[in-house]
Structure formats: C-alpha cells, structure tokens
Design a protein around this ligand. Sequence first.
Ligand SMILES: Nc1ncnc2c1ncn2[C@@H]1O[C@H](COP(=O)(O)OP(=O)(O)OP(=O)(O)O)[C@@H](O)[C@H]1O
Length: 249
Amino acid sequence: MTAILELRGVGKRFGAFSALRDVAFDVGERETVGLIGPNGAGKTTLFNVITGFLRPDEGSIRLAGQSIDGMAPAQRVARGLARTFQTAMVFPGLTARENIAMAVRQHAGDGLRWFGGARAASAAAEIAVRLLGDAGLAHRAETPLRDMSHGERRIVDALMSLALSPRLLLLDEPTAGLTRAESDRLLGILRRNHADTALLLVAHDIDIVFGHCDRVVVMELGRVIGSGTPAEVREDAEVRRAYLGSTGG
Ligand SMILES: Nc1ncnc2c1ncn2[C@@H]1O[C@H](COP(=O)(O)OP(=O)(O)OP(=O)(O)O)[C@@H](O)[C@H]1O
C-alpha cells in the first residue's frame, strides 16, 4: 500500500498538557480511515496539526511522500490536502451550484484565472454541475441552500471540499445531525464517486465508521491505542475497555 499520509511520532502540547503523544499511523492512497476516540482524545487537534493550523512540538508528517513539516496550510492544500469543517461555510441564499462553483474558483485561484472572468465562471459552474450529478443531486443544482434539507446541505458541503479532487480529504464529523440513511448516502457518494481521494474521517457514530472505513485508528488521551480493520478493532481488548465498552458497543 502506498501511503498518501504518514504520521510519525507526532506530539503537541498546550502548556504542560500533552494533547498528542507519539502519534503514528498511515493513510493509504484511496483508503478510507476512520479516527475515533472519546471526547478530548485529540482528534481535532490532530486534524489541525495535519492541515498546518497548529504546529506540532515533535514528529514529522509526509503527504504523498514529501515532508510538509513547517508548511503553511495553503501550501498543504496545493499539495492535495482538503478538509471539511463541522460548521459548513456556505452562502444560504446562493444555489447549490453557485456555492460549489465558488469553492472551485476559490480553490483553483490562479489555476482558473487564465480563462478570464466569464470563462473561469463557466468552467467552475461545469465542475459544480458534474459534482452534483455524481452525487445524484443534479435536480437540486438551482435550489438555494436555505431551501435544502440538512442532509443535502452536508452533501453540498462535502462536494465543495471535493471541488479540486484532493488526494486526501479530512472530514470532521461529516455526518453530525444526519439520519443513518443520510449518513450512508453521504459516505457512499464520497467513496463511490471519488475513488482517487483518500478519506480520513472523524465520527462519533461507531456504526458509520465501522460500516464505511477500510481501517480504523482509535485514540485516547492523545495516544493511538489501537488500529486495524473494523473487525480487528472491535475485538481489541484495550479499545473495548477505553471506548466501545463505555458506549455499550
Ligand atoms: N488550544 C488549546 N489549548 C488548550 N487545550 C486544548 C486546546 N485545544 C485542545 N485542547 C485540549 O486538548 C485535548 C484534545 O482536544 P481535541 O479537541 O483535539 O479532542 P477531540 O478528540 O477532538 O474531542 P471531541 O471528540 O470532543 O471533539 C482536550 O483535553 C482539549 O481540552
């Protein structure tokens, strides 16, 4: 398996408190990896370290075989890293197509500038329409986001992150507030239509993680305490003690 993301010995302290300790794991190309752990385990901190919003105190991170240590967030994005946020940053009055097209243009930056204003706009709109079609939402392209369901908006949110075909997409609670069926649909869209994008997914719903991920990494108190296939992780005694047992799983 070729790794798209390699974490080695990553540590992060806030004052005397260690939020991450010796975190090491890989995400393979095109793999979907679930990151789980109780509140305060360090999942969001790890995302912030990977995206470059926080600087780790120790360790190294490689993206597609190259060190990204010390790189600014935008440089990491340029190398194929994307992220969704717990709260979608969208314009409710604009349509699904317009929101996604805007994300395309924002991500592409200089990449679309040579087209000129009108050409850039139509190129971005074309990408937006294709993404919506792949997700089975072509019929909602001209609907303002404020008139869409919560589930549909989460899909649009994910499509905005996929606008530039990232190599690795970090998803922080993408299924928060969704029904089980909506969550399955969203994960299905991400995996089926974007097979070249690896996913690293934080979710509190264990059934979603175990149902959709190739591998699962379990954290507790800033450390990785277990990893493996969903079946392996389910059977891991320490994981059961630390996490699954406490949630009755
Ligand atoms: N900027 C900060 N300053 C001080 N402590 C912080 C900071 N950010 C996070 N922490 C602490 O680090 C620990 C890990 O937090 P983090 O948000 O990464 O956990 P998490 O696994 O994402 O939790 P949750 O599932 O609740 O989102 C927590 O104890 C938190 O209080």
